[in-house]
Design a protein around this ligand. Structure first.
Ligand code: NAP
Length: 255
């Protein structure tokens, strides 16, 4: 059976690494046409290559575009570039984000606060706002990336938690606002995923990795592909009555 995402135009942010890249590869495999964006230009070039493409002007091929989601004007321009090429957008994966560095609030700076809020929360707002007028209605959808930190507080990550709680609140409001237009908005909330900027992976110690592996009932870290399959499901027709849902993908966190 052909995938319901075949030929669909999907804009991904943060697709130059980790979960965003893994999701791009999955959606490519399902026949979607991808606008692969990230602040990291080398990263998107590599993702594009992993999806078997290079940049051309063809409307049936993927494209890659450098994008800092925290800058509203850049987001507007990028979305216009995508729309002038493909005519519309079917689905958006709001994945760009800064993972947490655990530290007491007194050690955080205004710059750190602005960076996390600017990318994780304002970035989701910027991309959503700019894409709404160009989304396929009915049938389009957004999948936004929160985290287990979107409902599960932990000491040392107050700012990251605030952004990821915020993504859930924002997404649920948008699900109500956009539902009547036939646009769905859902959230994935990953647990410990093996990506370069995951706090434990960044520490690089066996002890940090072991804590994450043993911190969930399945006894291993998740992979970007573990998230990608759920994102594809949420975008596809099988999830047509899911709106405002938050899907935990964490192997069942131990409390
Ligand atoms: P990752 O491998 O570091 O990928 C994140 C990508 O976003 C990087 O390519 C990064 O570029 C890019 N980025 C950073 N700032 C950006 C900006 N202003 N505009 C556009 N792109 C930007 O991290 P990941 O773990 O896959 O994270 C993806 C999402 O999942 C994030 O929202 C993260 O909070 C969330 N998440 C991750 C985990 C986990 O355990 N890994 C768990 C829960 C939620 P640079 O490399 O140049 O910074």
């Amino acid at each position: 059976m052909p995938s319901s995402l075949s030929g669909r135009v999907i804009l991904l942010t943060g697709a130059g690494s980790g979960i965003g890249r893994g999701t791009a590869i999955k959606l490519h495999g399902l026949g979607a046409i991808l606008a692969i964006t990230d602040i990291n230009e080398a990263g998107i070039a590599e993702t594009l290559e992993l999806c078997g493409s290079s940049n051309t002007n063809s409307t049936s091929h993927h494209t890659s575009l450098a994008l800092d989601v925290s800058k509203a004007a850049d987001v507007e321009k990028c979305v216009m570039d995508v729309v002038s090429r493909y005519g519309h957008i079917d689905h958006v994966f709001n994945c760009a984000g800064i993972n947490p560095t655990s530290m007491p609030l007194t050690e955080t700076s205004e710059d750190y606060f602005d960076k996390l809020v600017g990318v994780n929360l304002k970035g989701t707002y910027n991309v959503t706002k700019a894409t709404i007028p160009h989304m396929t209605t009915p049938g389009g959808s957004y999948v936004n990336v929160s985290s287990i930190s979107g409902w599960n507080p932990s000491a040392g990550t107050a700012i990251y938690c605030a952004t990821k709680f915020g993504v859930i609140g924002f997404s649920k409001c948008m699900a109500l606002e956009l539902g009547p237009k036939g646009l769905r908005v859902n959230v994935v909330a990953p647990g410990y995923i093996d990506t370069p900027t995951n706090a434990g992976i960044a520490k690089g110690t066996a002890e940090a990795r072991g804590r994450m592996e043993q911190g969930n009932a399945l006894g291993r870290m998740g992979t970007p592909d573990d998230i990608a399959g759920v994102v594809a499901f949420l975008m596809g027709d099988e999830a047509r009555y899911m709106n405002g849902s938050v899907v935990e993908i964490d192997g069942m966190l131990k409390t």
